[in-house]
Structure formats: structure tokens, C-alpha cells
Ligand binder design. Structure first.
Ligand code: DX5
Ligand code: ZN
Length: 219
């Protein structure tokens, strides 16, 4: 039985209470905390940066699964590592040299991930798959929570799982965007083992985050 991990996105949390919200997520059984960093340039939204992550670090020992939707990304990687990120995921389109940026993350003793937007092909990162810990498959166009799941990405998840099995690679497959109780089993059956969710976790069942995390986990 595959162990499914849940990484709630704090983009849907109450930003005036982020420390308390993170503690609530940990108590509700979250496996990681998904931190969406946006710069208003790579994506049309602006969220938080290293100072906020640094201030949140003391609220939990859970993995900070930091999703960098910023470009250029290379020069900021160390700042996020120093702030307390444990897993740093970047987009291939946001760096001039993907291998150099991935090697920098690893040199800082952090787990390393690469994210593929719905229109980004696996070919963009195929040669890096053997060197990374995680592929973050975007099932929405990045920038906002609460968007509709794009079903076409299921084929990409399946393809990644095929490559992983064929080449006996170790990367996790994380899916991010529009995940809900109706589509979570589909993405898991396709090969995902980590689910990101913001809206479904914070807004469903009158905000019963433990129930929502448990429901996603048992998809
Ligand atoms: C979107 C972010 C996602 C998003 C997920 O750019 O990367 O992590 O916050 O939120 P929901 O689950 O509401 O789609
Ligand atoms: Zn994200």
C-alpha cells in the first residue's frame, strides 16, 4: 500500500495567523507544509519571502516544502535555505542553468524538487530526474489557490511514474493545484504520492482540517 503524504498549502491559510495555522496543520496530521513563494513576475501574484519563512520556522519541525514561483530563482536559493526551507522546488523556466541551480540546492543540504507547469513537458527535466528528490506536477496554472484541476496533467503523472519505475529512480511525485475529494484518487492511481492542497483542506467540511487531511490521505 503506497504511503500518501499531505502537504497543505498555506496560501489558503489566514495570513494574519500563519504561525498558529501551521501548528494547527501539524496537529491535524499534515506531513509537510507547502509554502507558495510568488514574486509577481514568474506568476501574477505576490506572497511571502525568506523573512516570513524564518519567522515561521519555530512553529513546527515539519518539512517546509517550499515552492519557488520566482524568476530569476538562482540568486535567491541560499536565502530560502538559510530561512529554514527543507525541500526547495524550482521551475526549469526560472533559471538559466537548471543543473547548476539544482546542484546549489543540494550543496546547501536541502532536498531538491523541480516543478512542471501544465504546459511544460517532461523532456524539459528528463535528464535531471535521476538527481532530484521530487517532481512537482502543477495541475493548475500557478499563481492562485482555488483554481480548477486540469485533468490533462494525469497523463504526465502516469508518464513520470513509468520513467521512475523503468529507470528505478527515487523521486517523489507531488501534485499541486485544485486537488479535491473527487480527483485525489485519480492522481494517486496515476502515480502521485504527495498531494498539495489549500482550498480543499482549509475550506471543506466547515474548515475541519483534520477531517479533510484524513480524507485526502485515505483516497
Ligand atoms: C498555486 C500554488 C498551489 C495552490 C494550491 O500556484 O502553487 O500550491 O496554492 O491551492 P489549491 O489547493 O487551492 O488549488
Ligand atoms: Zn504550490
Amino acid at each position: 500500500m503506497k504511503k500518501i503524504k499531505i502537504s497543505p498549502s498555506i496560501l489558503s491559510a489566514d495570513f494574519s495567523q500563519l504561525g498558529k495555522e501551521i501548528k494547527r496543520l501539524e496537529e491535524a496530521g499534515a506531513d509537510m507544509i507547502h509554502v507558495d513563494v510568488m514574486d509577481g513576475h514568474f506568476v501574477p501574484n505576490l506572497t511571502i519571502g525568506p523573512p516570513v519563512i524564518k519567522s515561521l520556522r519555530k512553529y513546527t519541525s515539519l518539512i517546509f516544502d517550499v515552492h519557488l514561483m520566482i524568476s530569476p530563482v538562482h540568486k535567491y536559493i541560499k536565502d530560502f535555505a538559510d530561512a529554514g526551507a527543507n525541500l526547495i522546488t524550482i521551475h526549469p523556466e526560472a533559471t538559466e542553468n537548471l543543473k547548476e541551480s539544482l546542484d546549489l540546492i543540494k550543496s546547501l543540504n536541502k532536498k531538491v524538487g523541480v516543478s512542471l507547469n501544465p504546459d511544460s513537458k517532461i523532456e524539459l527535466i528528463e535528464e535531471n530526474l535521476k538527481d532530484i528528490d521530487l517532481v512537482l506536477v502543477m495541475s493548475v496554472h500557478p499563481g492562485f489557490g482555488g483554481q480548477k484541476f486540469i485533468p490533462e496533467v494525469v497523463g504526465k503523472i502516469k508518464k513520470l511514474r513509468e520513467i521512475k519505475d523503468k529507470e528505478n529512480l527515487k523521486f517523489d511525485i507531488e501534485v499541486d493545484g485544485g486537488i479535491n475529494f473527487e480527483n485525489s484518487k485519480t492522481v494517486i492511481d496515476a502515480g502521485a504520492n504527495i498531494l498539495v492542497s489549500g482550498t480543499t483542506i482549509f475550506k471543506s467540511n466547515n474548515g475541519d482540517i483534520k477531517k479533510n487531511i484524513d480524507t485526502l490521505k485515505s483516497s
